[in-house]
Design a protein around this ligand. Structure first.
Ligand code: 3PG
Ligand code: 3PY
Length: 203
């Protein structure tokens, strides 16, 4: 299993995926990997999300993790499905302790200084900044990175192909997350690969 820093440095963008139909899982993963985005965050927001993680993990080159992990039960289900990393929208002590104890690479959401400090207490240094735009955009994250110089971030939420470079230009931002690469609905794999190539080139 790769450490979270390595996962965050694999590509400049982590696609945040909401898989509605298990039949979409494999073609979406293949299209993203072909386009150069190997790190895939499958959110646990749909019935088939756990099965989607299992399917996508079979795609060569894909590094598949679970997002929207809210509690230790979600954590266990995600790990059992073969997730290589875990993402949560926020950081609770309950989930944080369980994730750290499991040893799996963990990227919890933080929105403010108190969240980051709770993460530091758990021994964590790599965080989502979520929801990035609604939380004040790049000025808000720059205020946090000025204080928490040893932390690294993956801003997510309201980021677009056009605004991603602004975020990526912040030293402590290793990658950004976003849903724009894979539009909802039946997958247009040509379009997904094209979006992924553009995103992969943002570095
Ligand atoms: C999400 O929660 O779905 C992610 O933050 C991605 O959001 P986005 O649609 O704003 O990129
Ligand atoms: C999550 O759902 O886990 C998030 O980090 C929001 O994108």
């Amino acid at each position: 299993m790769k450490p979270i820093e390595t996962i965050m440095r694999t590509a400049p963008v982590i696609p945040v995926l909401v898989i509605e139909d298990i039949a979409h899982a494999r073609p979406i993963a293949e299209a993203l990997v072909e386009g150069g985005l190997r790190v895939l965050e499958v959110t646990l927001r749909t019935e088939c999300a756990i099965d989607a993680i299992k399917e996508m993990a079979k795609v060569e080159g894909a590094i598949v993790g679970a997002g929207t992990v809210l509690n230790p039960d979600d954590l266990k289900a995600a790990i059992d499905a073969g997730s290589q990393f875990i993402v949560s929208p926020g950081l609770t002590e309950n989930l944080g302790k369980a994730a750290v104890a499991s040893g799996i690479p963990f990227l919890p959401g933080t929105a403010n200084a108190g969240d980051v400090m709770r993460g530091l207490d758990l021994g964590l240094t790599h965080f989502k900044f979520f929801p990035a735009m609604a939380n004040g955009g790049t000025p808000a994250l720059k205020s946090l990175t000025a204080v928490f110089g040893n932390c690294r971030f993956c801003p997510t939420g309201g980021i677009t192909e056009a605004t991603a470079p602004d975020w990526l230009s912040i030293d402590q931002v290793l990658c950004v997350g976003g849903s724009w690469i894979v539009p909802q609905g039946a997958p247009d794999v040509t379009k997904i690969t094209a979006n992924a190539k553009t995103a992969a080139a943002l570095a």
